[in-house]
Design a protein around this ligand. Structure first.
Ligand code: ZN
Ligand code: ZN
Length: 411
């Protein structure tokens, strides 16, 4: 019988390079992963350049590719995707940004780019939304809190550009920058002026806000500044259901990935205790993904922690997290009528502490796949697999074919 559903499991930043602390193994190849190994043994494997050989992917561009939306045509910057993931309904033409609450000292220098790791900033964002007025520019805006110190901003109005810099000096002890247009266009100049006015007014709202007065009383750093970056214009995305004929859902703790899912029309599924870090409720996410398969024929499940450990350069921590992930994935072994695909979105080598262009291991498991001889899911074994070396945009067509949803090319 042919499978009728697809689950795409993205182990964020799983790929790595040989590490001295692991005697030349990668965190994945050093980890005991019986579940992933069984899927690899019964399935077909390969390695994948999510964008292309030698290209270091962001999580945003790689996820677009894995969903079959070529990033070179579709990607317009991180801001609008973060904004969507934060709960703002982005319409084509709106300009979106990522934002941070931060702390300025009495001289106006940034003393903490995360405002003492503040959380629960909703009252601050609400106050900004109510008090800041950009109507003299003919601009409406939404400003919403995200997790922790994070927030998102979206601007809507005539003649706005997305070629603007950031006010974030990226280091403590420096003054915030003014926003500058990156081109000579009137539209970019207007957006820069709007952002400068926004930050100016937001400061006045924050300076005297009860939340900050209370924090001062408790000896905590106030959130008295908004740092903004990642400008991008919201693009147009053909809905996933229309593109592939599948109802889809996304399970992710990262607002960026949730945002990508939402812009292409995947239903976001919230999981309690999912943090996007190594302490995340992975079991809960797996259960939510399996439950979503009852009502959706496509589910994207993103599990983030390995990327974080890679950015921190902690090879043993990354290995141990992968062991936990493997155990948490066990319930998928009992899921039927489903093609299971497991892959990274990019490598995050602990020796690099950032994303690299090293291809990621991929496995595809389910009815109809032609098993290869690979019996282990890691960077070395999968390089010998039957899928050989594919790109991110190849994976969804391969999976669609396995569930009989691929269109015939020609007669
Ligand atoms: Zn990633
Ligand atoms: Zn990363």
């Amino acid at each position: 019988m042919t499978a009728s559903r697809i689950v795409l499991i993205v182990l964020d930043g799983i790929g790595d390079r040989p590490h001295p602390a692991l005697r030349g193994a990668t965190p994945l190849s050093a980890a005991r992963t019986p579940v992933l190994d069984r899927l690899a043994r019964e399935g077909i494997t390969g390695i994948m350049d999510t964008i292309g050989p030698g290209i270091r992917p962001g999580s945003d561009t790689s996820h677009l590719a894995l969903l079959g939306y070529p990033p070179r045509e579709c990607y317009t910057g991180r801001g609008p995707l973060e904004a969507e993931g934060s709960g703002i309904r982005m319409r084509p033409g709106m300009v979106g940004f990522r934002a941070n609450y931060a702390t300025l000292d009495a001289d106006g220098r940034v003393v903490d780019r995360r405002a003492g790791r503040i959380h629960g900033t909703e009252p601050l964002s609400k106050a900004i939304e109510e008090a800041v007025d950009l109507s003299r520019f003919g601009v409406r805006f939404q400003f919403v809190s995200g997790a922790g110190h994070r927030a998102a901003l979206a601007l809507e109005g005539e003649g706005l550009g997305d070629g603007v810099g950031s006010n974030d000096p990226k280091k403590e002890g420096a003054f915030p920058h003014e926003f500058e247009p990156l081109t000579g266009t009137e539209a970019d100049a207007k957006t820069a002026a709007v952002l400068n006015e926004f930050v100016h007014q937001a400061r006045q709202v924050l300076a005297d806000h009860p939340v900050n007065r209370r924090r001062a009383g408790e000896g905590l750093l106030p959130a008295n500044e908004v740092l903004i970056r990642g400008a991008g214009r919201m693009g147009e995305f053909q809905p996933f259901r229309e593109r592939y004929g599948l109802a889809g859902a996304v399970v992710s703790a990262a607002t960026l990935i949730t945002g990508i899912g939402k812009v292409v029309g995947l239903d976001p599924i919230h999981v309690e205790g999912a943090t996007g870090s190594i302490d995340s409720n992975i079991e809960g996410k797996v259960a939510a993904a399996i439950e979503a398969l009852e009502t959706h024929s496509f589910v994207l499940l993103n599990i983030k922690g390995a990327d974080e450990a890679g950015h921190d350069g902690k090879a043993e921590q990354k290995r141990d997290f992968i062991v936990r992930v493997d155990a948490a994935l066990a319930p998928f072994l009992d899921v039927t009528e489903t093609v299971i695909a497991v892959m990274g979105d990019h490598s995050t080598p602990c020796t690099v502490k950032d994303h690299s262009a090293d291809p990621v291991p991929v496995l595809v498991h389910g009815e109809g796949v032609r098993p290869d001889r690979v019996d282990r899911y890691d960077e070395f074994a999968c390089a010998e697999g039957g899928l050989c070396r594919i790109t991110g945009c190849d994976i969804l067509p391969i999976l669609l074919d396995l569930i009989d949803k691929a269109h015939k090319y020609g007669a």
